[in-house]
Write a protein that binds this ligand. Structure first.
Ligand SMILES: [Cu+2]
Length: 671
């Protein structure tokens, strides 16, 4: 095992190599200086977000032909003494502020949670006599043992809430430094904190259930028991090194090429994903990311009905990315990329080893024993993995993108960490599951939105909804066995808000309207959804308007550089209606256009006791497969594994001379 970490701070110099490269520390500082020179930074200014303002797609594509791109940064600035907020873009190239928009929080929403809000919320509730009295009534007087969790407030049309930058605070008891506070929720008390006035303006003290006692300290021998001793080592070795090549942020592996980006809000971003097809570079996706997720909880209790966290738009998942450890988080021949984000003051902070890149054996690619020729052939699949992990409060999310030898792309989110808990109200409670004595875990959903800026063999793309149907008995189908595949073009944005239909095997095919394969079929890539429920909250609920993106599995929009976030730019306390409903309001033509797919996925999660006190990884995601993109199986050129017995083949099988010196003939073998 070797750690071949590439330090992005070292590779990026004064001018970045590519317009999509992450902003580096020097650039953040230079942008900060421009903001300061423009008089936009005072002692009470904080950066709620600071990141690269990517050039629009036409500019990036023109850059490949030598046209330079303006290098820009976007900053969300908030004055924490007044709450005044502004969305500002600076040009590093021109050394000036390009745009400055002051937000109206009642209609535009508010800035995401700041780092300092965690400390402020705890300080404020600890100092509040009403909250202390509520704790004391429950026998909790040692404030040092009470953790306060600042939770985004949502928007419920309450005037006294709308006018404030606020969080709602739930409390947990942490008995000792290593104790898992989530095991001891102080249920029934919610403090509403005004983050600008720095005070509690309301306390909801609703019910009095005992604080669950059982320890959740999963690393405590008294809780976990003795460690298993029968797990023998598994080591992954690639004696000749991995088959990918990382040059700065440009990544190549077998026929795949792409650029790796990272953003404080979205986390990992993938750009200009393409395939080499016999020397021809064929684009597939211009940009792929997961720019939003929401976790709505389903407990209607007065102290919980508002629990629905937009982890990306409200907390910024990229900012909370983990530094990954070789041998623990990532196994094998790993390359890492660092990420640079900034703190509340716009000062750069390096997250070492934020992005993990490696390749994996993935079992059988294809296999056949032929009963007539007696040829026996088998090839092994492998995949390139690009991933990062982030921690948002109690939950940890791993975002994994997989690229396979046969052109398949997969996105998988790994959900782990600790369940959000409540005191369990008693047997038969319909909205939560008892996961430890007296400890409840409310049912909830995790709804992710993937933004897939498609470019299948060029920019003239369209989406067909493809269903599979059985046919009734009739003159053309006398025995009732007929199957048909139906294909319906989603020609306008208003027709492209769609839901999965597992009973029809529904998929969505992105086709190029100008190019065909050797069989005359439109070249395409098919999106295979997992078809978990869309947003289950009532259509009349506040959340339904705020998370409108999650009410469909699919949306298709015409490319617009301003359409980046499916729940809008400023999600925190936004009253609703931003993002996708607005993007499709113009009902643009999307047939043969430059289009973006937005795909909602993720589970409805009623926890199991086996997910307590720390949750084994649960997975969700989606798959994209080439469909008529090629004219036949594109992996016939993958050589058999190197082991001699893998190369034997039957009488009509393995042919001499085909096995040496192939570009993908890396050592591989075994099961
Ligand atoms: Cu969950």
């Amino acid at each position: 095992m070797t750690d071949t970490a590439v330090n992005s701070a070292e590779v990026s110099g004064a001018s970045p190599a590519h317009p999509l490269d992450q902003a580096d520390a020097q650039e953040y500082l230079a942008g900060r200086q421009i903001l300061a020179d423009a008089g936009l930074l005072t002692g009470s200014t904080r950066f709620a977000y600071y990141g690269l303002e990517e050039p629009p797609k036409p500019d990036v594509l023109a850059h490949a032909e030598g046209r330079p791109c303006d290098r820009r940064l976007r900053a969300f600035l908030i004055d924490v003494s007044t709450g005044e907020s502004a969305d500002v873009v600076v040009s590093l190239t021109r050394g000036q502020v390009i745009s400055h928009k002051t937000l109206d929080p009642l209609t535009d929403g508010r800035m995401p949670i700041l780092d300092q809000d965690f400390a402020v919320a705890e300080e404020v509730v600890h100092a509040d006599p009403g909250w202390r009295a509520a704790m004391a009534r429950r026998g909790l007087t040692d404030l040092a043992k009470i953790r306060a969790c600042p939770l985004t407030a949502g928007s419920y049309g309450v005037a006294d809430e709308q006018r404030r930058r606020m969080v709602r605070v739930l409390a947990f008891v942490q008995e000792s430094e290593s104790d898992l506070a989530w095991a001891h929720p102080v249920d029934g008390v919610a403090a509403y904190v005004d983050l600008i006035e720095r005070r509690v303006f309301k306390i909801v003290d609703d019910l009095d259930l005992p604080v669950p006692r059982e320890s959740g300290d999963y690393d405590d021998p008294a809780v976990r028991g003795p460690l298993r001793t029968d797990l023998r080592p598994i080591e992954i070795t690639q004696p000749d090194g991995p088959s990918f090549r990382l040059d700065g942020t440009s990544l190549e592996w077998h026929n795949w090429a792409m650029r790796i980006g990272f953003d404080a809000r979205e986390g990992l971003t993938l750009h200009q994903i393409s395939l080499n097809d016999n020397g021809q570079r064929r684009p597939v996706i211009y940009r792929a990311s997961i720019p939003e997720m929401v976790v709505p909880y389903g407990d209607p209790a007065p102290t919980r009905y508002w629990q629905n966290y937009f982890d990306t738009g409200e907390y910024l998942v990229g900012k909370w990315a983990n530094s990954l450890e070789l041998g623990c988080d990532c196994l094998g021949e790993i390359a890492y990329l660092d990420a640079t984000v900034t703190d509340d003051f716009g000062e750069p902070r390096l997250i070492r080893n934020a992005i993990c890149i490696h390749e994996e054996d993935f079992g059988i690619l294809w296999k056949h024993y032929d009963i007539f020729s007696h040829s026996s052939q088998s090839r092994r699949q492998r995949r390139l993995v690009v991933s990062f992990f982030t921690t948002v409060g109690n939950y940890d999310y791993g975002f994994y993108w997989y690229f396979y030898l046969d052109g398949t792309i997969e996105c998988e989110v790994k959900l782990t960490g600790v369940l959000f808990t409540s005191a369990y109200p008693g047997q038969g409670h319909p909205h939560s599951i008892e996961v430890a004595p007296g400890l409840g875990a409310p049912g909830h959903q995790h709804l992710f939105s993937a933004r897939l800026d498609m470019m299948v063999d060029g920019q003239a793309n369209a989406v067909d909804e493809v269903d599979v149907l059985g046919c009734p008995v009739g003159p053309e189908n006398p025995f009732g066995n007929a199957l048909v595949q139906t294909s319906t073009r989603l020609a306008r944005e208003s027709q492209a808000g769609r839901r999965a239909a597992p009973e029809r095997g529904r998929t969505w095919r992105v086709v190029n309207t100008e190019k065909t394969n050797r069989l005359g079929q439109s070249v395409g890539y098919t999106l295979y959804p997992e078809a978990a429920p869309t947003l289950l909250a009532d259509p009349g609920s506040s959340l339904y308007a705020r998370a409108a993106f999650a009410t469909n599995h699919l949306w298709v929009t015409r490319y617009d550089p301003a359409h980046r976030y499916p729940a809008g730019d400023f999600v925190n306390q936004h009253p609703g209606g931003a993002g996708l409903p607005g993007f499709v309001a113009g009902d643009e033509d999307i047939d043969g256009a430059d289009i973006v797919l937005w795909h909602t996925f993720g589970p409805a999660h009623f926890p199991r006791p086996e997910e307590w006190p720390v949750m084994p990884v649960s997975r969700c995601g989606f798959t994209l497969k080439p469909t008529s993109f090629y004219g036949r199986n594109p992996t016939l050129d993958v050589p058999a594994a190197a082991a001699a017995h893998c190369r034997e083949g039957g009488p009509g099988g393995d042919r001499e001379g085909d096995r040496e010196g192939g570009p993908e003939g890396g050592p591989e073998g075994g099961q």
